[in-house]
Design a protein around this ligand. Structure first.
Ligand code: PEP
Ligand code: MN
Length: 265
């Protein structure tokens, strides 16, 4: 069980430090699944920031089920994230899939994301633990809470104390109406077991944009510290995860709804 106070994960962004933690305001991370081109990423960054998000998320390297699906634009997408950061002042969160890309990701990202599929890639965990940027560790889709916390422990043991845990839904038996089953019970359970900040991702957690707002509100009611929401300027044309992405207008509206229900945004 947890001993002592909740940790604060302090992230430096162009507009100053942002703190993730139990005793701090909710931190919202928003943006497209994939970085597609300059116009869409800069536009999305502007819109989500104006709505109150502190971080832009967007994948340069995408872990796709099919090798024939869009794999992300790689290094050129990192440059576009750097541009969005420079133009708007939002912090950047992007995923590392291969340790060989870590150095160039660390140059651009304010937080390095380890995705669900790599949650138990122990050599990658050791490497992200040995670099200085905070790490967002998503729960594996079939990971127990113990598996997840031990994965976080790999990062901590390698010397990086700044780990944020992100629930993004687990595999159960229904894939017809929901992509995953968002396990909101992790919020009180993790609170008891760990001092690390807790993020909830209702976008991957449900797979459908129409279900995202209610689960975002439920996550706040459960007591999470942060939310990750996929937002795309034209979800119907998205190169990945369009069905679960909110439009910027819908995201803006959701942020206003969230502000009403507590833990100030
Ligand atoms: C993502 O954040 O776009 C992503 C691929 O998430 P996950 O690893 O949770 O599937
Ligand atoms: Mn996605």
């Amino acid at each position: 069980y947890r001993h002592g106070e909740a940790s604060e994960v302090v992230v430096d962004t162009p507009e100053g430090p942002v703190v993730f933690g139990e005793h701090h305001p909710l931190v919202v991370v928003a943006g497209p699944c994939s970085v597609e081109n300059e116009e869409m990423i800069v536009e999305t960054a502007r819109r989500v920031k104006a709505a109150g998000a502190r971080f832009l998320r967007g994948g340069a390297y995408k872990p796709r089920t099919s090798p024939y699906a869009f794999q992300g634009h790689g290094e050129s997408a990192l440059e576009l994230l750097a541009k969005a950061r420079e133009v708007t002042g939002v912090g950047i969160i992007t995923e590392v899939m291969d340790a060989a890309d870590l150095d160039k990701i660390v140059e651009v990202a304010d937080v390095v994301q380890v995705g669900a599929r790599n949650m138990q890639n122990f050599s990658l965990l050791k490497k992200v633990g040995a670099q200085p940027k905070p790490v967002l560790l998503k729960r594996g889709m079939a990971a127990t809470i113990e598996d997840w916390l031990m994965a976080a422990e790999y990062i901590l043991a390698a010397g990086n104390a700044n780990v944020i845990l992100c629930e993004r839904g687990i595999r159960t038996f229904d894939r017809q109406y929901t992509r995953n089953t968002l396990d909101l019970s992790v919020v009180p359970v993790l609170r008891k077991l760990t001092h690390l900040p807790i993020m909830i991702d209702p976008s991957h957690g449900t797979g459908w944009s129409e279900f995202v707002p209610s689960m975002a509100m439920a996550a706040i009611a459960a007591g999470c510290d942060s939310l990750m929401i996929e937002v795309h300027p034209n979800p119907a044309k998205a190169l990945s995860d369009g069905p679960q992405s909110l439009t910027p207008d819908r995201f803006d509206h959701l942020m206003q709804e969230l502000a009403v229900i507590g833990k100030a945004v």
